[in-house]
Design a protein around this ligand. Structure first.
Ligand SMILES: [Fe+2]
Length: 430
């Protein structure tokens, strides 16, 4: 990210911290199942963490807590960022948009309702929008911050989630799992999309697919194969470990059982979020693509295009600046968003690093270290590789108390670029 290297602000970085019924009824049987590999374009967005426009004001303890968290969530401008995203999608016109959970900032019903209103133009334009719950969506201790200070709010139950998002997959599902909020949707283009509820207990971070749900998934994947269809599977938590530091509470507890089930059924792609950085890892012929948290710069979404027997995945940035120009906006945070958004994320990490490195007496060494760590972290977060530090810096690193960053740095440098933002994957044998 050389274009954004800032000499004047050497100490910058961001502690990424990547960041988690019964239903009955089966829709009509798949009489219309198609076998042809019809062209299909599927967009995927994750971890929007939407607040809404009216119930959260970015000031007071709310802003302070978000700034201190190091998460880099661009909460204040999220309504505008979503407008830019929606406008971009309306131009690109994918057939389907998947929203893989953590739709709400912290599970307040008003946030879900606001997001549904925000995305209405996509549905009205004929884009099939499907969603599933993340760990921040259901039965949470919901808070709103209308004046920047916390007030209790109402969250949603699992049943209410499905009712709120009835038009986002739950009403038109081909089949719904009786033990979770999982369902399968037939796109009518030879591909069925499996939306897997990976919450073992709503309101907790931890992810696990219930045994009963794995049984349901197994039956439905077989039905999909029998009908000659292709399958795409999505969930909120990760199926594979993307970073050993972020395994527990990130990867579903029974990820290997899930991976084996997908492999046995010729499924090559699992689409997740939850981690927050953009990342792709593969094992045994199945890849887990964690699409970056939308609330964090550069506000990415994935685009999956079916090309013959290949799924092509590309992580796309939301072009905020063009949207701001088209709409005649004057706010420089938006008209010059690439710099503003980058700085915001960079500073989110830098604040934490400055604190961690406060004991280092040599000021220039301190600033150099801070810049190096921040840059590596931001690169990791936004899906760009960073080289390992040079020898002199390595020596300084080993002599410095880096706390969490000590082990973290080694997991985010020298990563292959294939780990990040694009890839081509076989569709498996239908
Ligand atoms: Fe999550």
């Amino acid at each position: 990210m050389k274009r954004f290297l800032r000499v004047a602000l050497p100490c910058a970085a961001a502690l990424l911290i990547a960041a988690f019924f019964l239903f009955r009824g089966r829709a009509a049987p798949d009489e219309g199942a198609q076998t042809a590999a019809a062209p299909l374009r599927v967009a995927v967005v994750s971890d929007i963490h939407y607040t809404g426009e009216a119930d959260y004001r970015y000031t007071g303890s709310f802003a302070a807590a978000n700034d201190a968290s190091g998460s880099g969530k661009q909460v204040e401008l999220l309504p505008q960022l979503l407008d830019a995203f929606a406008a971009q999608l309306l131009r690109e016109k994918p057939d389907v948009l998947l929203i893989t959970g953590d739709n709400a900032f912290n599970g307040a019903r008003v946030s879900h309702e606001a997001l549904i209103r925000k995305l209405a133009p996509l549905r009205e334009a004929g884009i099939l929008v499907l969603t599933l719950p993340g760990n921040h969506d259901i039965n949470t201790r919901a808070l709103i911050f209308p004046d920047g200070e916390a007030q209790n709010a109402i969250s949603v139950t699992p049943e209410e989630f499905a009712a709120l998002y009835a038009d986002f997959g739950y009403d038109g599902a081909l089949s719904r799992d009786a033990d979770s909020l999982s369902y399968v949707y037939d796109t009518g283009a030879g591909t069925r999309i499996f939306m897997l509820d990976t919450n073992f207990r709503y309101g907790a971070v931890y992810g696990r697919v219930r045994e009963e749900t794995l049984g349901w998934l197994s039956r439905e994947l077989k039905a999909c194969r029998d009908a000659g269809g292709r399958a795409l599977v999505a969930g909120h938590h990760n199926m594979l470990v993307h970073n050993p530091l972020f395994a527990f509470n990130y990867t579903v507890d029974d990820g290997e059982a899930l991976r084996q089930l997908l492999e046995a059924n010729g499924v090559t792609l699992f689409l997740s979020g939850h981690l927050h950085p953009q990342s792709i890892v593969s094992e045994g012929g199945v890849s887990d693509i964690a699409t970056e948290c939308f609330a964090v710069y550069p506000h990415r979404y994935g685009l999956i295009e079916l090309e013959g027997d290949i799924w092509r995945y590309t992580a796309c940035e939301t072009d905020v600046e063009s949207w701001a120009a088209e709409n005649g906006l004057q706010d420089e945070r938006l008209t010059l968003y690439r710099q503003y958004g980058y700085d915001f994320l960079y500073e989110a990490t830098a604040r934490q690093l400055r604190e961690q490195l406060a004991g280092l007496e040599d000021e220039s060494a301190r600033e150099e270290l801070c810049g190096l760590l921040a840059q590596a972290n931001v690169n990791y977060f936004i899906g760009e590789p960073s080289p390992a530090p040079e020898e002199a810096m390595q020596q300084l690193l080993t002599k410095t108390d880096l706390g969490f960053f000590a082990g973290y740095l080694s997991t985010i440098t020298d990563l292959p670029s294939s780990l990040f933002a694009e890839g081509r994957f076989g569709t498996g044998e239908p």
